[in-house]
Ligand binder design. Structure first.
Ligand SMILES: O=c1[nH]c(=O)c2nc[nH]c2[nH]1
Length: 474
């Protein structure tokens, strides 16, 4: 159905810089039928918009749908999940005491293999898209499985349900069970080509869905497969690439033993042309300084996955350290290594993990002088994790300037957030605010902090992607 022009009214909050949110109150944003922001006006209500903005845009009143945020609600850019496995969604929360390598064999490969059943794939993929949309995720970088038809189905479902996505057919030709492995590098490449062709035909302009070249991780790929994937990436210079790196100590030791001629894990990818500005590296928990510098020099990006890194006991990634080295970072839920499909939960965990990082090296006193200042810098703020969840994520998935904020010319990927309002009798008035109680005296930065620490999908009232309404909480 064709979109109408839309006028959004109320409070808008988005990231201006890494540590700075911009608050626009009594504002208006006009979004045209293509889903593009064509006007951002402050101190503007519906009457003023109709009198002064619509004529400028050539809009007649009758053609415009008006969406007004209620008192206390605000529009926020949609979240960008830079790393999750759609095929693992049924396993969220199921990992026992496992760590990465035994978790893959025990929980993950059997589930992923079972999604070659088309009915099961449709069920799981429909649910993960609806679930993530309900949490405000307007763009997701998905891993599917090795199965081409169900990978293609995931892309088709993203298009029909309206979620922006990168969709990757997983490449893996070694070190997994026989029942779940590409039979050779050549079959892996042929299957990947088939999936790329399908997704490109489904959305030729890549307006919503793009294929992404997806070597699972170095241990899953023979040297021949990695080389051929590097060649495929060179042949398709606009396609993104996604993989895992340096998540867990046993995995890093395995990479060292499998690729003894390469100086490091990052060097394995670099040697075959897979470390590029289009590359999304999930985890990056234990990178050495030389590897972080190589990643920065190549312009590759990092998806920080704090829920997964904590759940699978992989370690605490040093986000400030990566940012200081010039590595662009976003947030990933990493379902189902991560136990939640919510980017807000990942943002919250990113704050908490950064506080653990700041304790490393001594017994965690406040710290005096230089070390005390370093400690404080290591701790991420609410503003910073919201940046990672939106603008940072946009850069990670190659959509900087297009989504992640409310600038003129950007696409309207947004969520309407509502918090609980406590009345004079101590009851919550109006719609369900979930765990977030606002008394009315809080500043806006305090409200944002309350949302980050206690918010969930009950606060996500409505979601739009490219101007299309794709979720509404009833
Ligand atoms: O968190 C992770 N999830 C996975 O599915 C995976 N595969 C390789 N390495 C991985 N790490």
């Amino acid at each position: 159905m064709a979109l109408k022009n839309q006028l959004f009214l109320g409070s808008f909050v988005h990231c201006k810089a890494l540590d700075e949110l911009e608050y626009l109150h009594n504002a208006a944003i006009c979004v045209d039928q293509s889903g593009t922001i064509v006007a951002v006006e402050t101190e503007c209500d519906a009457v003023k918009a109709k009198e002064t903005v619509f004529p400028r845009l050539g809009w007649g009143d009758a053609e415009v749908e008006v969406v007004a945020a209620k008192e206390g609600q605000f529009f926020f850019p949609g979240f960008i999940d830079t790393h999750l496995h759609a095929s693992q969604y049924p396993n969220v929360g199921i990992f026992g005491k496992s760590t990465l390598l035994d978790w893959l064999n025990t929980y993950t490969f059997p589930l992923e293999a079972s999604l070659s059943d088309p009915a099961k794939a449709r069920q799981v993929y429909t649910r993960v898209i609806r679930k993530t949309l309900s949490h405000g995720t307007t763009c997701a970088a998905y891993y599917a499985t090795i199965d081409v038809p169900s990978t293609n189905l995931l892309a088709d479902l993203c298009l029909s349900l309206g979620q922006r996505a990168l969709v990757g057919r997983v490449c893996m030709d070694q070190l997994s069970p026989d029942y779940y492995r590409d039979t050779s590098a050549e079959t892996s490449i042929a299957a990947t080509r088939a999936s790329i062709a399908h997704i490109q035909a489904a959305d030729p302009a890549m307006s919503l869905v793009r294929p992404v070249i997806t070597p699972r991780f170095a241990p899953s790929c023979s040297a021949a497969l990695l080389r051929q994937l590097g060649a495929l990436a060179a042949e398709h210079p606009t396609l993104p690439i996604q993989t895992h790196i340096s998540e867990n100590a046993a995995e890093i030791a395995l990479v060292r033993s499998l690729f003894p001629e390469d100086a490091s894990y990052a060097a394995v990818y670099d040697a075959v042309g897979l470390l590029t500005p289009r590359t999304i590296l999930a985890h990056a928990v234990h990178l050495t300084a030389a590897e972080a510098d190589l990643v920065a020099a190549r312009g590759a990006k990092v998806s920080h996955c704090p829920c997964s890194n904590s759940a699978l006991a992989s370690g605490a990634a040093r986000v400030r350290w990566l940012l200081d080295r010039g590595v662009v970072c976003g947030l990933g839920t990493d379902v189902s290594g991560g136990y939640s499909a919510s980017v807000l939960a990942a943002a919250r965990q990113a704050v908490l993990v950064s506080r653990h990082v700041s304790l490393a090296g001594d017994e965690g006193g406040e710290g005096e002088g230089e070390r005390g200042r370093e400690r404080e810098r290591e701790r991420l703020s609410v503003e910073e994790v919201l940046f990672l969840a939106t603008k940072g994520g946009a850069e990670v998935v190659g959509l900087a300037g297009r989504v992640g904020g409310f600038g003129l010319g950007m696409e309207w990927d947004a969520q309407l957030v509502g918090l609980g309002r406590v009345d004079a009798a101590g009851e919550v008035e109006g719609p369900d605010g979930g765990d977030v109680d606002v008394f009315g005296w809080e500043s806006w930065p305090e409200r944002m902090a309350k949302w980050v620490y206690n918010g969930d999908d009950r606060n996500t009232k409505r979601v739009w992607v490219k101007g299309r309404s794709v979720h509404e909480r009833r």
